[in-house]
Design a protein around this ligand. Sequence first.
Ligand code: SAH
Length: 355
Amino acid sequence: MSVNLLDFDAAKLAGFFSEIGEKPFRAKQLMRWVHHFGEDDFSKMSDLAKDLRGKLQERAVIRPPSLLRELDASDGTRKWLLSVGEGNAVETVFIPENDRGTLCISSQVGCALECSFCSTGRQGFNRNLAAAEIIGQLWWANRALGREPGGERIISNVVMMGMGEPLANFENVVTALNLMLDDHAYGLSRRRVTVSTAGVIPAMDRLGERCPVALAVSLHAPNDALRDILVPINRKYPLAELMAACRRYIEHAPRDFVTFEYVMLDGVNDTVLHAKELLRLVKDVPCKFNLIPFNPFPGSGYRRSADSAIESFRMVLMDAGLVVTTRRTRGDDIDAACGQLAGKVLDRTRRGAVA
Ligand code: SAH
C-alpha cells in the first residue's frame, strides 16, 4: 500500500523522507510542488532528483478526494462536491469578498452533534475526514482558482465551518491546519484561519496549546435551557464552562477575542431579552459577534428572524460596546450557505431512519 503524502504535514513528511534515506530539505521542495503548484504527478517535479522521483512513485501517491461537481453561484460563490469514497461526499465553498477570499472547509462526513437547526446535523454521521481529505479541499480550490496575475493569493482565509465538528476530529484537523499555516504549503496567517466549534471544551484547550488559530464558537443561545435544545453538546459542556474555556483560549490565540456565532431563529432566540441575557453571559469574555440569519432547509421546523428583529438584537449588543456583524447570506442559489451543506452522507447512526 502506498502512503498518501497529502496526509503529511512538514514534520510527518520529514519523517517519511528520512525513512526512505532522503534529506529533509527535499521534503520542503516536494511540499511546494504539491501545495503551491497543485502537482500530483511525481514525474513532473523537475527539480527533484530522478532516483527520488522513482522512490516516491514506488511508495507514495498524492491523492486528493476526487472532484464530482463544481457549481458557481450568481454572486461569485463557488462550491465543490468532492467524493471521499463509498458513496460519501463533502462540500467546500469559496466566498469572494472585496478584501479577501474565504474558503469554507468540511472536517467530517456528516456530523454527530445533532444541532437542531443544522441540515448537516440532520443527515447523521459517517466518519472523520482524513487529513488528506481536509487539506485536499484547499488543494482543489487553490488549483481551480489559481493566483491573481500579480501573484496575489486568491484564498486569503480559511474557515473550518463546513460539514462536521472540527474539534471532534482533532488530530487530522491539526495536521491540515499545520499545512494551511506552513510557508511551504499554503502560508496562511494564523489570524486568517478560523476553527469553528460547537464547544468541545477539552479539545479547545488542546487546540490552544497545539495550534492556536482564530476561534469561533457557535453560541446560539444565552442560557443552558435553550442551548441544551439547539446545541445538544451543551448538556455535556454547559455555558459557564464554555465561557471559561473561551477565556483560556484567548491566552494562546492569535487574536485577542473569540467570535461568537449566533444563528437568528424567529421567535426562538432572537428577542431583545435574549440579547440582554447574552450580554450578561459574555461580560467577561473579549468577543465579537457574528449574527447568522437562519438558512432554511426542508423540514427544519425553524424560520429566519425578521430583518427588524435582527437589527434590534444587534443594537442591544452594539450599545453595550460589542462589535457585531451580520453574516450576509452567500451562495444560497447553489445551496452553499451556512447550514445548507449536505454533501452526501451515508448515515451510520441511522438517525435518518427516525426522521
Ligand atoms: N461544527 C462547527 C462548524 C459548523 S458550521 C460549529 O458548530 O461551529 C458553521 C456555522 O453555521 C455554525 O455556527 C452553525 O451553527 C451554523 N449553522 C448551521 N446550520 C445553520 C443554518 N441552517 N442557518 C444558519 N447557520 C447555520
